[in-house]
Write a new protein. Structure first.
Length: 279
C-alpha cells in the first residue's frame, strides 16, 4: 500500500488515481460494448451477459487502482461488507463500476463509471466517466468541479495538468435556454410523484421543460448549470449518487432529502437513498 500525506480533504495524487481508474475502467467496458460477437439479448444478470462481463471487468480495474490508496472500497459489484465493519470506516470509496444498466443494454451510450471519496458520511470528491461520449467529470470540494471532453486515456502527468485542460463547472453561461426552468428526470424511472412535482413547477414558472437522461448524467447536468433541478422520487442506492453528489457539492449545489431538506449522507447502515432533490 502506498503512503500519502493527508490533506484537509484528500491528497491530489489519490484523486488522480481515481481518475485513472475511471478512464481505464471505461476502456474495459468499451471492449465489451463494441464487441461484434456480444449478445445483448442475453438475460442481463446472466453470468455470460455483456452487462455482467463489463460490470466485472470495470470493477476489477477500479479495485486494483484503489487498492493503492489507504481507503476501503464499497462497490455495487463487489462483495457487500457487513455494517459492523463498515461503521468503523471514517473514509472510504463508494463505487458503481457501471451505472446505467438499462442504458447499457439499450445501447444508447448513457452509462457511466462512478467513483466517490466519502469522509464521515460526506462525499468530498468524485469522478464520473462517460465512456461512449469520452467525457470526464471530476471534483474535489477544496479544488472545485471540472469537465474534460474527448478523453479516453490519461495523457496528463499530474492533476494540475489535467485541470489546466479542463472546463470549470458550473459554466459561466448555461448551454440551455436561460428563460426556461429545466427539470432533468430519469429516462427509465418516471414515477407519478415525479410527474406531480413537474406539474407543481409548471404552476410556479412561466416556462418549464423536462429533459430525460440516464444514469449519473442527470447529476452532471445539474453540476454544469445546464438544468435547474433533478427530483428523484424512486429508489436509488448510495453508489448511484455519491460521485455525482460530490461533483454537485464542488460546483456549489446540493443533493438533499426530499422531506427533511438535509443533504444526503453516505455509508449508512441501509445503503438505500431516500427520495431526493438535486439543485
Amino acid at each position: 500500500m502506498l503512503l500519502y500525506n493527508h490533506l484537509s480533504i484528500m491528497n491530489k495524487e489519490i484523486l488522480f488515481t481515481a481518475i485513472r481508474a475511471a478512464l481505464e475502467a471505461g476502456a474495459a467496458i468499451m471492449k465489451v460494448y463494441t464487441d461484434p460477437n456480444a449478445d445483448f439479448e442475453i438475460e442481463k444478470k446472466a453470468d455470460n451477459s455483456p452487462l455482467t462481463l463489463a460490470d466485472r471487468k470495470s470493477h476489477a480495474v477500479i479495485a486494483a487502482h484503489l487498492a493503492e490508496t489507504p481507503y476501503p472500497l464499497l462497490s455495487e459489484e463487489g462483495a457487500k461488507t457487513a455494517w459492523e465493519i463498515r461503521k468503523e470506516w471514517p473514509e472510504l470509496w463508494i463505487v458503481d463500476p457501471l451505472d446505467g444498466t438499462k442504458e447499457f443494454i439499450k445501447r444508447n451510450g448513457e452509462f457511466t463509471v462512478n467513483i466517490a471519496y466519502v469522509k464521515e458520511g460526506v462525499p468530498e470528491a468524485g469522478v464520473i466517466y462517460i465512456p461512449v461520449k469520452q467525457e470526464l467529470y471530476f471534483a474535489d470540494c477544496s479544488l472545485g468541479a471540472y469537465k474534460v471532453s474527448h478523453i479516453s486515456q490519461l495523457e496528463a502527468n499530474t492533476l494540475e495538468e489535467l485541470i489546466a485542460r479542463s472546463e470549470r463547472i458550473p459554466y459561466e453561461k448555461r448551454h440551455t435556454p436561460s428563460d426556461t426552468f429545466l427539470i432533468v428526470a430519469s429516462r427509465s424511472h418516471l414515477t407519478s410523484e415525479t410527474e406531480a412535482y413537474i406539474r407543481k413547477m409548471e404552476e410556479k414558472y412561466p416556462k418549464v421543460e423536462t429533459v430525460s437522461k440516464g444514469s449519473s448524467l442527470k447529476l452532471c447536468l445539474i453540476a454544469e448549470g445546464n438544468a435547474d433541478v433533478y427530483p428523484r422520487f424512486a429508489p436509488t442506492m448510495e453508489w448511484d449518487t455519491a460521485a455525482g453528489h460530490a461533483i454537485i457539492r464542488a460546483a456549489g449545489k446540493e443533493v438533499y432529502h426530499a422531506e427533511t431538506m438535509q443533504p444526503l449522507t453516505y455509508n449508512k447502515e441501509n445503503l438505500l437513498n431516500p427520495w431526493f432533490i438535486a439543485e
